[in-house]
Design a protein around this ligand. Structure first.
Ligand code: MOS
Length: 747
């Protein structure tokens, strides 16, 4: 009768494999574009081939006559599509804040101008290219040098940064640029839209099912209860799938018009056009220090590009105000509208490009001071968050530096350029700090303890590939003592109690308190059943005399072994599941803790490059990363996140850049052959360490979550290493081999 549920080892912190791993590797996991329905049609958008101008005429006659074509929709016949009213925060949020086909004005290359729906994808593609659009074209505003006449917006300020800078002994005043970058998850954006005459169901690639439901409802003009969004598995997102983009609406409109399921999967080329990107940034950084390396002034004035339609601020000053101790500081922001699609969040938005500038400038300052760059950071470690005077909830950056230096062998570094060699290669060693926020969003979860000895946890969040399924199961297992293999996790459905967006690396920290409360309520239900009725196992006892431990209901003053398996309690009560009387667990999100504490994650990045001047070959050979993200719930997916982020950082440093043709505004390298992401062949040896200090300010386990922080600091550590190897300071990413060769020849 008693099952093997006694003595369950703690699952928190265990290096457990993903519970959904088998589904994924066996192909059983269904991604959005894997859904097929009888009578399903395929939609292919028609994209503008100019970036600035107007649609002069559109001829759809030929396309409409082509085989299998069911409809061609454009502004005149697509049906009602509305704007989302201006709101606050992330409620019904989206970055391109208007429906597609709203007018005939073209503001970026690839803007959707029509959509063809046909019986097969091939028929729809062929017909889409037969739609003839004539434009009146103006020269687009496309720039790689950003400027604005608008007054810069002050994001953070203290002391007298300008005066302190002018009076200081040692100064750096340089401008750093990061290019436009495009999210390239393996899975393309996909929507399968169903309309039953009253309600929509969307199988959609989204990092935010509830937000997607709310946006779709408002833009389609239906009630939210008539929209259901399902996203069981995502082939990653990197921020690109946080918000709703125009193609999703075209799939919905087509399904409504034709009363048929419609599938729309965008092309790799469209990934570069109408579904967001990280904008170009240009950041002037002024640092000033005393001769012994104490920062006296830090100024960061940054610009990023945005679109003609929307204002997107990259937030490059995200980590600047609290990272180092300095009495004088100012961060200002501005933007320049270009004829490009609307930018969006991309892994570590703001902090990642921002830290490229700040940490590069710190490296340059160390060189001017003739000081070890690690020592410079140690001398400027703050005792508290100097932007608001609050103590850090948990900050172990110094330990990250020290552990990283030890693992990397930093003390062996000789500072002279090109002075380190190995196997005929010049070695370069560089380092940088990294940081990322540790926010939490509201979350609701339900727990059912079932009479067959299994349990279920559900939450309307989604797993974008980071391991959320597994973390949810771990939390429930920890709270109830029910083994992982008896726990079912349900997520990725907007019909479930609302969970957090999968953004900002905050799902784990947000769901812990909600699941914890739901589990508590469910266990309480089981205890109540054990005392209710004459035949109950503990008839005559009061609920408060009992406890629920390791899946067993027992007397508080006796061990769990003396008690009864909860499944037996439920069976005897003839109840299918203990679910906390239908009440879900709720967490109301930040920012209560933020009123008293500065809550962030930290880390240190150490990079080694090898440089072969004879053949101009640069490689990143080794990265040591030490992360302080609070308690690590499960080191396997956590390490996986950081390793992936480091590889992405190699791409950011050396390869990634979306290039726009200045003549027509087209992203010209809009494919995976010309837009290079780092592959396995580019991956260095990666050593990831978590210092693993629980941050009890954020939740009971002290977990802050990982996902984005691993990318921050990688690029500046690499460019510092490049300088150390070659003497060439790269302030504009990505590092170009020709820049290294030319500058070296000149020197
Ligand atoms: Mo992340 S850029 O918040 O998906």
């Amino acid at each position: 009768m008693a099952t093997s549920q006694i003595k369950v080892p703690s699952t928190i912190g265990g290096a457990l494999p993903r519970i959904d791993g088998t589904l994924k590797v066996s192909g059983a996991a269904k991604y959005s574009s894997d859904y097929h329905f009888p009578g399903m049609l395929y939609a292919v958008p028609v994209c503008s081939t100019i970036a600035n101008g107007k649609i002069f005429s559109m001829d759809t006659a030929e396309a409409e006559k082509m085989p299998g074509v069911r409809a061609v929709y454009h502004r005149a016949n697509v049906g009602p599509l509305y704007r989302v009213p201006p709101g606050e925060g992330f409620s019904a949020y989206l970055d391109e804040r208007r429906p597609p086909l709203e007018d005939d004005i073209i503001r970026y290359y690839g803007q959707l101008v029509a959509v063809v729906v046909a019986q097969t994808f091939e028929q729809a593609s062929a017909a889409a290219s037969a739609v003839k659009v004539k434009y009146s074209e103006a020269k687009p505003v496309i720039a790689t040098h950003l400027e604005t006449e608008d007054e810069p917006r002050v994001e953070s300020s203290r002391g007298k940064p300008e005066e302190a800078f002018n009076a200081a002994a040692v100064k750096v005043d340089e401008t750093y640029s990061t290019p436009t970058e495009t999210h390239n998850p393996i899975e393309l954006h996909a929507t399968v839209a169903l309309w039953d005459g009253q309600a929509f169901t969307f199988y959609a690639t989204t990092q935010a099912i509830a937000n997607c439901r709310d946006v779709m409802a408002q833009m389609l003009g239906v009630q939210p209860e008539n929209v259901r969004v399902i996203s069981r598995f995502l082939g990653s997102g990197f921020g690109g799938k946080l918000w709703v983009w125009p193609p999703y609406l075209l799939a919905a409109a087509a399904a409504r018009n034709l009363h048929a399921p419609v599938k729309l999967v965008i092309s790799r080329k469209m990934m570069f056009q109408s579904v967001g990107h990280r904008p170009r940034t240009q950041q002037r950084v002024r640092l000033a220090a005393t001769a012994d390396g104490k920062l006296v002034s830090l100024q960061q004035d940054y610009l990023n590009h945005t679109s003609i339609l929307d204002e997107y601020g990259e937030g490059c000053g995200e980590a600047t105000p609290y990272l180092y101790s300095t009495p004088n500081l100012k961060v200002t922001a501005g933007m320049m509208p270009l004829n490009v699609g609307t930018p969006t969040a991309m892994r570590g938005p703001g902090a990642v490009p921002g830290l490229f500038a700040i940490e590069s400038a710190m490296d340059e300052l160390a060189i001017k001071l003739k000081m070890d760059p690690l020592e410079l950071r140690l001398r400027n470690e703050p005792a508290k968050d100097e932007s608001n005077g609050l103590p850090f909830s948990s900050r172990h950056l110094v330990e990250c530096f020290k552990v990283g230096a030890e693992k990397f062998g930093w003390s062996q570094r000789t500072p002279e350029i090109g002075s380190m060699k190995k196997d005929g290669l010049v070695l370069g060693w560089g380092m940088a700090a990294c940081s990322w926020g540790a926010g939490r969003f509201a979350a609701e979860a339900t727990v059912d303890l079932r009479n067959d000895g299994t349990a279920r946890v559900s939450c309307g969040t989604q797993d974008i590939g980071t391991g959320t399924y597994t973390i949810l199961a771990q939390v429930l297992s920890e709270k109830t003592g029910i083994p992982l293999d008896k726990i079912e996790v349900v997520l990725g459905d907007s019909a479930l109690p609302e969970g957090p967006i999968s953004g900002g690396s905050l799902v784990t920290a947000s769901v812990i308190p909600a699941i914890s409360q739901a589990a508590q309520r469910a266990m309480q239900s089981a205890v109540l059943m054990a005392t209710s009725g004459e035949t109950a196992h503990f008839a005559g006892k009061k609920p408060q005399d009992l406890e629920f431990t390791n899946g067993r209901v027992h007397l508080k003053d006796k061990s769990p072994e003396t008690g009864v398996d909860y499944a037996e309690v439920l069976k005897r009560a003839n109840v299918s599941a203990a679910s906390g009387n239908g009440k879900s667990g709720e967490y109301f999100g930040g920012p209560q803790a933020e009123e008293k504490y500065s809550v962030h994650s930290f880390g240190a990045q150490f990079a080694e490059v090898t440089w072969q001047p004879e053949i101009a070959r640069l490689r990143v050979s080794r990265v040591v990363t030490v992360i302080d993200s609070g308690r690590i719930m499960n080191p396997r997916p956590a390490r996986n996140q950081v390793e992936g982020a480091v590889v992405m950082g190699v791409g950011m440093a050396l390869l990634e850049e979306t290039k726009y043709d200045p003549r027509n505004g087209a992203p010209i390298n809009s494919n995976l052959a010309d837009y290079m992401v780092a592959t396995n062949a580019d991956a260095p040896s990666i050593d990831v360490t978590f210092v693993d200090y629980p941050d009890k300010i954020v939740n009971e386990f002290g977990a802050r979550g990982v996902g984005e922080i691993g990318l921050a600091g990688v690029a500046p550590a690499i460019t510092a290493a490049v300088y150390h190897a070659t003497g060439v300071r790269v302030r504009e990413l990505p590092v170009r081999i020709e820049a290294l060769v030319l500058q070296q020849e000149r020197a």
